[in-house]
Design a protein. Structure first.
Length: 89
């Protein structure tokens, strides 16, 4: 199984209203220092069955999303997870 497949398998299991950090995903696949690589994999995701919006930064900030951080924030709120996000200019 490839690194990408391992990341997707973990992220598929995150339930609505819950999140994991990029670091937690990296730890779950056995590569605890590869949290940036996890983010890189998820930034390229186009499969709607992979809820990559449910992965956030370790400092509880929203992190990136290939459809924009506002879209990520709205999806998380719709699912019942509220995250305090700084305003962007």
């Amino acid at each position: 199984m490839t690194f990408k497949e391992k990341v997707y398998n973990v992220v598929k299991q995150i339930k609505k209203g819950k999140v994991l950090t990029y670091k937690q995903v990296a730890e779950k696949i056995g590569h605890p220092k590869s949290y940036r690589a996890v983010g890189n994999v998820l930034s390229k995701n186009t499969d709607k069955n992979i809820p990559c919006h449910r992965v956030i930064r370790s400092d509880n900030k929203i992190g990136g999303y290939n459809k924009g951080t506002l879209a990520k924030q709205k999806l998380l709120q719709k699912e019942g997870f509220n995250l305090i996000c700084p305003k962007t200019s």
